[in-house]
Design a protein around this ligand. Structure first.
Ligand code: ZN
Length: 444
């Protein structure tokens, strides 16, 4: 394939990425015009400056929730949906470079956000800039949309969707190549029931992980141990407590993990006579596809995953925390209805917490076909297939939008980790793929 990206474009993109990494932008207490902290607002301001210098028209939400930068003309909008917030640096001792400097060492650019998502956003931006410099005219508006709260609750992009024009199609450069055309619906909720005097436990974990430990320090430990032994469940114990062991995986892979909270609950259910525990012990058991409760729920995007990550029982109430990843063609309201009915005999009530609608752009759509064609031409990987994910990107918040890159399948994954870095040769390849894709989709 002919190259679009010049060495000059590459160097300019690296310089811009250094600039934006140098503005720390992890969530912090709100300030005036900075709902997610001054750092994130500063990163948004800096990004708008970079875009203006490249010749884009920009708009920044005065309340600081989002910004966008646009080039081209016409009715239609092609969106490139990015985020400027990052997770914090974590343990600084584990970093070889300053996470907030943007340093090129051994042909990789280091810093928080290099992969997620400042780097891919900059790569796409400079791919468009390269097309502009070569005199291409865009047959629609290309709009880079910057969210500011991707790592927490998506409040920035929600505000965009409330206030601004929807896009007609687009990409989110916040995942892996080739194309993610389906992301399951994501429902997080609680099951809530009565309390009891018999036992007290407080096992609190994140929604999105299968817990690998569950501590029990309540009464009748010998009986609980006997129940664990009977099932062959692994645990350690001393004279104070029992620690049930499991295997942690991301909630989207829940059936591949071993849920320590469930294992403890199954054992407790055999020792204590308490209705809400029967839900786990007698119905749900250990099947994280939820099929014991809801039957088999699946389609081309895969099976339902159903993770129960937290369990609290005290005098006042029982509370379980659940994370369900729902196949793209399954009706979520129906599923929630069914679940509510199934838990009622166990004195449990369904309680909503958060929902992200699924992403689904058919594989034979022009958008997916074009992106796949460009990806195959640029990488030579003729066997590549469009992907399905249980994860979540901003693509699902927009019309006809898919996740596309910026990580190659061979790029080591440093997202959310110490020493986050992006090898420059991968970054430049990604720029080339974006340039060809946007040329195909947005020029005549
Ligand atoms: Zn991201």
């Amino acid at each position: 394939m002919t190259k679009i990206i010049t060495e000059h474009d590459q160097q300019a993109a690296v310089k811009a990425l250094e600039r934006i990494i140098a503005v720390p932008s992890y969530n912090a207490p709100a300030a005036d015009g900075a709902p997610f902290g001054q750092g994130i607002r500063n990163a948004l301001d800096e990004m708008m400056k970079i875009c203006e210098e490249l010749g884009f028209k920009t708009y920044e939400d005065p309340d600081g929730y989002y910004g966008y930068a646009e080039v081209g003309s016409g009715e239609k909008i092609f969106g490139v949906i990015c985020h400027l917030d990052t997770v914090p640096a974590g343990d600084l001792a584990k970093w070889d470079q300053d996470p907030f400097k943007g340093t090129v060492v051994n042909d990789a650019i280091y810093g928080r956000g290099a992969q997620d998502d400042k780097g891919p956003g900059i790569a796409a931006l400079f791919a468009v800039k390269a097309l502009m410099d070569q005199g291409y005219h865009f047959n629609q508006r290309i709009r880079f949309i910057y969210g500011t709260d991707e790592e927490i609750l998506w409040r920035g992009i929600d505000e965009y969707n409330k206030k601004e024009s929807p896009i007609d199609s687009g990409i989110s450069p916040d995942a892996e190549f080739p194309v993610t055309y389906a992301e399951k619906g994501l429902q997080q909720s609680y099951l809530v029931g009565p309390g009891t005097d018999q036992l007290k436990i407080s096992l609190k974990n994140a929604f999105n992980a299968v817990p690998d430990q569950a501590v029990y320090d309540g009464p009748r430990q010998d009986e609980v141990k006997a129940a664990l032994d009977k099932h062959g469940f692994e645990y350690t114990s001393d004279d104070k407590q029992i620690t049930v062991l499991g295997k942690a995986v991301h909630a989207m892979l829940a059936p591949q993990g071993t849920n320590a909270v469930l294992r403890l609950a199954i054992a407790l259910d055999e020792v204590f006579d308490f209705k809400p525990l029967d839900f786990i012990g007698k119905l749900f058991k250990e099947d994280a596809t939820g099929s014991n409760v809801l039957g088999e729920v699946k389609d081309e995007s895969g099976q339902l995953t159903f993770n129960i990550s937290s369990l609290e029982i005290n005098k006042q109430e029982t509370r379980m925390q659940i994370d369900m990843r729902i196949p793209v063609t399954i009706d979520r309201d129906d599923l929630v209805d069914q679940l509510s009915k199934k838990v009622a005999p166990y004195e449990l009530k369904y309680e909503h917490y958060d929902y992200l609608a699924p992403l689904y752009v058919p594989k034979d759509s022009a958008l997916v076909q074009t992106l796949m064609k460009v990806y195959k031409e640029e990488t030579g990987d003729q066997d590549a297939q469009p992907q399905i994910s249980g994860g979540a990107t901003f693509a699902r918040t927009m019309n006809n939008c898919v996740a596309f890159g910026g990580m190659l399948p061979t790029t080591p994954d440093y997202m959310h980790q110490a020493n986050e870095q992006w090898p420059l040769k991968d970054m430049f390849k990604t720029m080339e793929i974006y340039a060809h894709a946007i040329k195909e989709l947005c020029t005549d």
